[in-house]
Design a protein around this ligand. Structure first.
Ligand code: HEM
Length: 436
């Protein structure tokens, strides 16, 4: 496809998208979709090839599912690469395939059942940490709190008893840097990569002491390739562990943050979620996995929250070879942006898109949804590996917290979006909390 004049390209002749100015990209893309439609081409300032912005669910499905083999991760992946080495979020080809096959079985129902008490204790610990503030009427920083509780969960899910041991031995939690520093620049990457030694020591200690607690670290250490029976090389094990820390904490924290924000503005729905929680997850009874599946409205609220505020607000891909879809050429090297934030606001698929309406995700309504129109966890073979864990963790959190506390937004706050690696609020969000 070298002769570009003969190609059938989408509209957009002189649009420049400066993705280094991430903060403005979301607003700019929204404007461009309004004027150019769901598929347009643009240029990055420092590159020759085209970048396609895809908000059309059919084309999203083509790229992420049908012809996924022709697309590698795109813009921004180098930055994540420095952070996560060769973990499965960044790896490609045979390495990714092998790692995914080894990692997938970890996220089983058995693990989720085992993690249920941990999910409950993380929510309860958070509630206890708020006590003084609630009693004295001091506003709660929900953004910070959600980040802390999500990190608390994933670190215990990974390291269980060893986490407390490290904290006792060193007098601090060395992983806290992840929540202290929201920048994901080179400086952060360097500090974060130092955790490699810590994880390696933990693994060595487990081997020496012949200890295998039921947690994700043991599972990664024991993961083997089915055909050869080979274990994962230690370096890759560490990269996968670090990947799970980053992938498993920021995203969940972001969804919880926005979900509380939405519930605080929709008291009728908040009351319904409360009633559901009281019915199926009363605080004084240890719930079963079956109880979790009964939290249908809570799940719908989370789905709708991720529609309006998908943490991974843009998926990026790059075409390896020339491709073609519905009369449009996609030359090799084309960068693709698929922004769930905008796909989820495509009015052809989501009427009245800005409206918070969890009924969109009722079992009946879900049946008629286009698979490419809802992408919070992406779709296709590179779909999020931790989706079920995240949904369960978030549902447990909401159902515990909502039964204890009622939130009201502190008035006068400016709520702005900050689309960095994840969709965060630009300024932390504060709530007044009162006990029920
Ligand atoms: C609400 C919470 C979460 C959201 C919205 C989310 C979203 C996503 C998305 C959109 C992707 C695909 C990215 C792409 O294709 O470019 C992804 C991949 C991934 N996620 Fe999640 N995630 C969440 C929670 C988790 C958790 C809890 C874990 C693990 C503990 C996790 C681990 C991963 C991994 C390892 C991948 C890479 C999968 C691969 O490429 O094979 N995520 N996630």
């Amino acid at each position: 496809m070298s002769d570009s004049t003969a190609l059938s390209l989408p509209p957009g002749e002189d649009i420049i998208i400066d993705y280094h100015q991430l903060e403005q990209v979301l607003a700019k893309l929204s404007d461009l979709v309004a004027t150019n439609g769901n598929l347009f081409k643009a240029k990055f300032p420092d590159q020759n090839g085209w970048v396609y912005n895809v908000c059309d669910p059919e084309m999203a499905k083509h790229i992420l599912v049908t012809n996924y083999k022709n697309y590698i991760k795109g813009v921004g992946i180098k930055q994540i690469n420095v952070l996560l080495g060769r973990g499965i979020i960044v790896s490609e080809g045979d390495l990714w395939k092998r790692q995914r096959k080894m990692m997938q079985p970890l996220f089983s129902n058995k693990l989720l059942t085992h993690q249920l008490p941990l999910m409950i204790s993380c929510a309860d610990k958070l509630l206890a940490s708020w006590q003084d503030d609630i009693e004295s009427g001091k506003p709660i920083n929900i953004t910070e709190s959600m980040s802390q509780t999500a990190l608390d969960f994933i670190l215990h899910a990974l390291f269980s008893e060893d986490l407390e041991r490290i904290i006792a031995e060193t007098g601090e939690n060395p992983f806290l840097m992840v929540t202290d520093d929201s920048a994901r620049d080179l400086l952060f990457a360097r500090r974060f990569r130092q955790l490699t030694h810590l994880v390696s020591d933990m693994m060595q200690r487990r081997r020496t002491e012949n200890r295998q607690p039921f947690d994700l670290l043991s599972m990664v250490m024991n993961a083997t390739e089915k055909r050869s029976g080979d274990a994962m090389p230690e370096k890759l094990q560490i990269d996968e562990i670090l990947t799970l820390i980053i992938a498993g904490h920021e995203t969940t924290a972001s969804v919880l943050n926005w979900t509380w924000y939405l519930l605080a503005q929709h008291s009728e729905i908040e009351q319904q979620v409360l009633a559901e929680s009281q019915q199926y997850m009363p605080l004084d009874v240890m719930p079963s996995m079956a109880n979790i599946t009964q939290l249908t409205l809570t799940q719908q609220v989370l789905d709708e929250s991720m529609r309006l505020y998908p943490p991974v607000w843009v998926l990026t891909r790059r075409a390896i070879a020339d491709d073609h879809f519905k009369g449009i050429d996609i030359p090799a090297g084309t960068d693709i942006l698929i922004p769930p934030y905008l796909v989820h606001r495509n009015p052809a698929y989501w009427p009245d898109p800005e409206k918070f309406d969890p009924q969109r995700f009722s079992p009946e309504n879900k049946k008629s949804q286009h698979v490419g129109a809802y992408l919070p966890f992406a779709i296709g073979p590179r779909r999020c590996i931790g989706d079920s864990m995240a949904i369960q963790e978030m549902a447990v959190h909401i159902s515990r917290v909502i039964q204890k506390v009622h939130f009201e937004l502190v008035p006068g706050q400016t709520i702005e979006l900050e689309p960095l690696v994840n969709l965060r609020p630009k300024q932390d969000i504060f709530f007044h909390a009162t006990y029920r």
